[in-house]
Design a binder for this molecule. Structure first.
Ligand SMILES: [Mn+2]
Length: 754
């Protein structure tokens, strides 16, 4: 038996009262998703490194609950002493404890590491057999953890208004208005991103999350920040003074919450707050978010006088202000450029070192191995390269989560993160999935692309295509205001469901503004909690369906979207309609798409997105990178329909050659088409061409038309029919797959009577 488990069991036995079981959650005192090294207690006891999970240690058992993203990883990391409990398949932790622990059992937990919600839920489940949830006086894991990392001592940094977009006093004013609305006289804030957002501060206490370990209390006439004062410079201290925010020691929060409950908490700045309309005697309630506030703080309050409700900061934080939106968009452009530079680099490396056929060619690798150990590419060394490309970008402050860089079967581990000792080598014949993101001063990013540098199997292409179809369907959705992410989730899954496939994770989460990469309160998911908050204009949300085949491969595609108002023809129900805007820019790998399975609309969307991608990223790429991107974003054509068009158009081609005396060579300049009304022989010509022509009619043609024609490998011939605004087009078709970009435009010089 491991030393850790046996020491914990002896502490459980000597605890007063003795414990039959000990729960070790993943969360820190702030119920964070990502925690600092010294807060990774669950990882320390179990050896499982995933970001979500819960360990339960009983007298003779050890069990670990985690969600679908981590099943495979947990199996690999847990020792024989541990049993994996699959969330969604196995009983919930409280149900299991209630069913399997004895009548009257004492179940211990550090009350700082468990939320009010969770503690209350467990309490209810335990009542059935008179079991007791015992808040331990100290964290038993900390006592056993001899080599526990020391406290972080990083400075509190003021997040300037040019990035935050909204002043602290405005945010406090809004918050106090909400307190008034709910007849509450104060709010206890435990979520680290809420503290950072409210006070416009950032820090580096938690890897990937630019936050400071701190609590806050805001009342109708005072505001407090609880933070290790050593982290607050004189300058920052002045900043808080100017805001009327009193800075107190981190550890004071518990006694101050008790004072707050008994109306004894006063701030020396209280007089500075102008908005003091509320007479604090009129209302007695204190607002606590049960999901982020820990049980330890809650237990100091009078339960009858607590307003247990989602935090009033969560929605305002999710609704991005114009400055934040602009910053997010800019950050995503720089980030997209880094991802493209990475793909270009990786493509070259895979060809040079491993004999891969490359990003564009669909052929088996001419397999070879790197000549030296040092030139070997692993999941980790390549993700280091990606990080270095991001690090060179303006405003870079670090990654937003550990990069998921995974080859072949590792890509099936949804939240795989490669470890130095045990990560796979790159393989030209396997799928490579990369889910990554960064923190920039002006925004947080999160993007996933899946690529293959050799010959993907037909099945892999089918799956990639289904994932892409779901990704596009969600991204293109229009929906009435009030619609939540639970309703929209199906859009991303339907193309997979068609094949009896699915994925075990949500489809989308909010993304912070130089804050957490995962933020609520909204989400796109099958989980009932996705019903709580509808999607609203200015929110960010990811669009990330996937498909994972255990032991084989994994696919995920992810963009960040911004919710915008939609201009619809009608407005049924007077609700107003919403749509999404993609702000992530990087190409999808056309080689992995089975074009036959895409609809016209999907093809058009893909071509438009790719075109924008190329234009938007151009200023950030060198010539070689740009050449690569041009190739990666060449418009694609339809599948089956192409064949039919090909026959019709080939016939037209022959016809046009018969009348070649009417035709002279003419070098194409799109302007030549500008302003022309155009007649198209519908039925003979592919609809795509109509799009082109309509574009030209509206005088926006020059680039789209040129590119469209070039990349489609169409040979466009224009027969000038009359002097009037009457053109007839014949479009001889070469081959959709031909790499030739030959373009001939011919125009007859003699007007011909129709
Ligand atoms: Mn994501």
């Amino acid at each position: 038996m491991s030393e850790i488990l046996s020491s914990l069991r002896s502490l459980m036995a000597s605890h007063s009262p003795p414990l039959d079981a000990l729960v070790v959650p993943s969360e820190d005192y702030h119920q964070s998703e990502y925690v600092s090294a010294r807060d990774k207690r669950r990882e320390f006891v179990s050896g499982f490194t995933g970001s979500a999970g819960l360990a339960l240690i009983t007298k003779n058992e050890a069990r670990l609950w985690t969600d679908g993203r981590y099943f495979l990883q947990a199996i690999q990391q847990l020792s024989d002493e541990w049993t994996l409990m699959r969330m969604g398949e196995d009983p919930l932790v409280e149900v299991w404890m209630s069913d399997n622990l004895s009548e009257g059992a004492n179940i211990g937990v550090d009350p700082w590491c468990v939320s009010v919600d969770t503690a209350n839920r467990w309490g209810k489940a335990f009542a059935k057999k008179s079991q007791n949830l015992i808040p331990t006086t100290t964290d038993l894991v900390d006592e056993v953890w001899k080599s526990r990392p020391p406290s972080e001592m990083n400075p509190v940094i003021v997040h300037p208004l040019e990035f935050a977009g909204r002043s602290v006093s405005d945010k406090l004013k809004d918050l106090r208005a909400k307190l008034k609305q709910e007849s509450a006289r104060g709010l206890v804030i435990a979520a680290l991103d809420e503290v950072a957002w409210l006070y416009n501060i950032r820090g580096t206490d938690v890897a990937y999350c630019p936050v400071v370990h701190a609590f806050a209390i805001v009342t109708t006439d005072s505001a407090f920040l609880y933070v290790d004062k050593k982290k607050v410079s004189n300058e920052v201290s002045e900043y808080f003074k100017g805001l009327g925010v009193e800075v107190k020691e981190y550890t004071d929060v518990i006694s101050d919450v008790a004072l707050l409950a008994s109306k004894q908490l006063f701030s020396s700045f209280s007089s500075k707050i102008e908005d003091m309309e509320i007479d604090s005697d009129q209302t007695d309630r204190l607002w606590v978010d049960p999901a982020s506030c820990c049980y330890a703080l809650y237990s100091k309050l009078d339960a009858d006088k607590v307003l247990l409700q989602p935090s009033p900061l969560s929605l305002p934080k999710a609704l991005k202000n114009p400055v934040e939106l602009e910053g997010l968009k800019k950050a995503h452009v720089r980030d997209g450029a880094a991802v493209v530079q990475y793909l270009v680099w990786l493509d070259n490396q895979m060809q040079e070192l491993y004999g891969a056929s490359g990003y564009f060619m669909e052929a088996e690798a001419n397999k070879k191995k790197p000549t030296s150990e040092t030139s070997k590419l692993t999941e980790l060394t390549v993700s280091d390269k990606l990080e270095s490309l991001r690090a060179a970008k303006e405003h870079f402050r670090g990654l937003s989560f550990p990069t998921i860089s995974s080859v072949g079967s590792n890509a099936a581990i949804i939240h795989y993160s490669p470890e130095p000792e045990a990560c796979a080598e790159m393989d030209p014949d396997k799928i490579y999935l990369c889910d990554s993101g960064a923190q920039y001063l002006d925004g947080t990013t999160d993007i996933t692309r899946t690529v293959h540098f050799g010959k993907p199997s037909a099945h892999e292409k089918d799956c990639y295509t289904a994932v892409l179809k779901g990704h596009v369907a969600l991204g293109n959705a229009r929906f009435p205001k009030g619609t939540n992410g639970y309703t929209l989730d199906i859009l991303a899954r339907a193309p997979l469901w068609k094949f009896g496939l699915d994925y075990r994770h949500g489809t989308g989460h909010g993304v912070g503004s130089y804050l957490f990469v995962h933020e609520g309160p909204h989400q796109v998911s099958f989980r009932p909690s996705a019903r709580n908050v509808p999607l609203q204009a200015t929110m960010t949300v990811t669009d990330e369906p996937g498909y994972y085949e255990d032991g084989n491969f994994g696919i995920r595609l992810e963009n960040v979207l911004v919710v915008n108002d939609a201009e619809t023809e009608f407005n049924f129900g007077d609700k107003g309609y919403l749509q999404f805007e993609h702000i992530t820019w990087a190409p999808y790998q056309v080689k992995l798409i089975d074009l036959k399975q895409l609809t016209r609309e999907e093809i058009d969307w893909l071509n438009t997105y790719h075109l924008k991608c190329k234009d938007i990223l151009a200023p950030f790429l060198n010539q070689a990178e740009m050449e690569w991107l041009k190739k990666a974003t060449e418009p694609v054509t339809y599948g089956v329909e192409n064949f039919i068009c090909c026959l019709i158009l080939q016939f037209l081609n022959i016809l046009s050659h018969l009348f070649s005396s009417f035709i002279i060579h003419h070098s194409l300049h799109p302007d030549a088409l500008d302003g022309c009304s155009v007649w198209v022989s519908v039925g003979l010509i592919d609809l795509r061409l109509i799009n082109v022509l309509i574009i030209s009619k509206h005088k926006t043609c020059s680039r789209p038309l040129t590119h469209y024609v070039l990349y489609q490998s169409w040979k466009l011939e224009i027969k000038h029919v009359t002097e009037s605004t009457f053109f007839e087009y014949a479009v001889p078709f070469q081959s959709p797959l031909s790499n030739s970009h030959e373009l001939k435009v011919q125009k007859d010089h003699e007007p011909r009577e129709m």
